[in-house]
Design a binder for this molecule. Structure first.
Ligand SMILES: Nc1ncnc2c1ncn2[C@@H]1O[C@H](COP(=O)(O)OP(=O)(O)OP(=O)(O)O)[C@@H](O)[C@H]1O
Length: 352
């Protein structure tokens, strides 16, 4: 408690010091301060800034605010050209919450993003069951197979990627495309790398749908063998954007052994089957605790699903940040490799 209060006070002082210097230098922008263990870092996004020496400015800011790292990014596109005006908003809507200058494109059919060969959704009916943990471990395991892997975090209200894979830098946009962060050999896109969490938490309906749409349509992934999508819990607005726009090659459900998981597994399976995405099976997380190691067998038979892998309730599984997989998912990997031709060794582009 005391530690958190001290940390909050330190953040407040650092932010005030940064703003003072920015204002003295005639600059304005968005300041975000993050702490990890005992280190504190800031990112400063300067809007419409003229040509400046970002390196020198970040050194000045670092020294003045007593921070371990300060990253300065200008949002001006293309080497100092002015930022394009945001796309006009439709009445009552929020077409461009991420300020990419893009308009909602008409998409008749769900598609894979350009350059992406397979899309796998990791989903759960409710929050907190370990979906992000499984998605992150799956992405790292696929990377270790020599595949080019991206991870898209569609959780607008509780993004996990920046915690699992801290990058210390805000994402840039180039020519209206989000440039993914690159950490641990993965390409990563999450609202948590772009917008102050406190802001996104207040977003509702159309803002959430449009932010999800922009991350789906406007991320510049380059060549990827597979994109793993960490979906938000439940079946809300971001889900709707996902199933309307993103062609899913497969879905993996995550559940805990709780008897209450039955309805969640059923809902998840039904949602994906409705949009024609094959549900490959269930990862049962947090096993070996008081709730046991299994799900209702009748339910699994009825839904024609099996438990592919079980992850124990353990400190290792919960470890962050991640560089390598903490949890093995051998059956998930086997099934994905067998079902998705893009992942076979002969077809993969390889990352080596
Ligand atoms: N097998 C495990 N053993 C111990 N802790 C775990 C395990 N799996 C996940 N956790 C922890 O449980 C918490 C929730 O996990 P995670 O964020 O992956 O769940 P989620 O379903 O994605 O949640 P949300 O809906 O909030 O995004 C995290 O603190 C995570 O470290």
């Amino acid at each position: 408690m005391m530690r958190r209060m001290r940390e909050a006070a330190k953040k407040g002082r650092a932010e005030a010091a940064l703003r003072k210097i920015l204002s003295a230098e005639g600059l304005s922008g968005e300041v975000t301060i993050r702490s990890l263990d005992d280190r504190m870092a800031a990112s400063v996004i300067l809007q419409d800034a003229a040509e400046i020496d970002e390196g020198a400015l970040s050194e000045r800011l670092k020294a003045a605010a007593g921070l371990d790292r300060v990253t300065v990014v200008r949002t001006a596109h293309g080497g100092g050209a002015p930022t394009p005006a945001p796309a006009p908003k439709p009445a009552g809507g929020h077409a461009d919450p991420l300020h990419l200058g893009s308009r909602p494109a008409q998409r008749p059919e769900p598609q894979r993003p350009e350059g992406v060969r397979a899309v796998v959704a990791v989903a759960s009916g409710k929050g907190g069951v370990g979906k992000s943990t499984v998605a992150a471990n799956l992405a790292l395991s696929l990377r270790d197979q020599g595949l080019k892997v991206g991870l898209l975090d569609l959780d607008i209200h509780g993004p996990s990627l920046p915690v699992l894979f801290p990058s210390g830098e805000k994402l840039r946009s180039e020519d209206g495309k989000i440039v993914p962060a690159e950490v641990a050999g993965l390409k990563l896109v999450s609202i948590g790398y772009m917008v102050d969490e406190r802001k996104a938490v207040a977003w509702r309906g159309p803002m959430v749908m449009n932010a999800a749409r922009q991350m789906i349509d406007d991320s510049g992934w380059g060549d990827l063998d597979v994109l793993v999508v960490d979906t938000p819990p439940g079946t809300g607005d971001a889900h709707l954007s996902m199933v309307q726009r993103l062609k899913l090659d497969a879905a993996i459900l995550v559940a805990t052994p709780s008897p209450l998981a039955t309805a969640d597994v059923r809902r998840g399976a039904e949602l994906f089957r409705k949009v024609g995405a094959p549900v490959l099976g269930v990862v049962l997380n947090m096993t070996g605790g008081p709730l046991g190691d299994d799900l209702d067998e009748g339910l699994l038979a009825e839904l024609d699903l099996e438990i592919l892998d079980r992850l124990p309730l353990s400190r290792e599984t919960a470890q962050v940040p991640l560089e390598s997989p903490q949890a093995e998912l051998p059956a998930v990997l086997r099934v994905l490799m067998a079902k998705l031709p893009a992942l076979s060794r002969d077809n993969a582009r390889g990352s080596a």
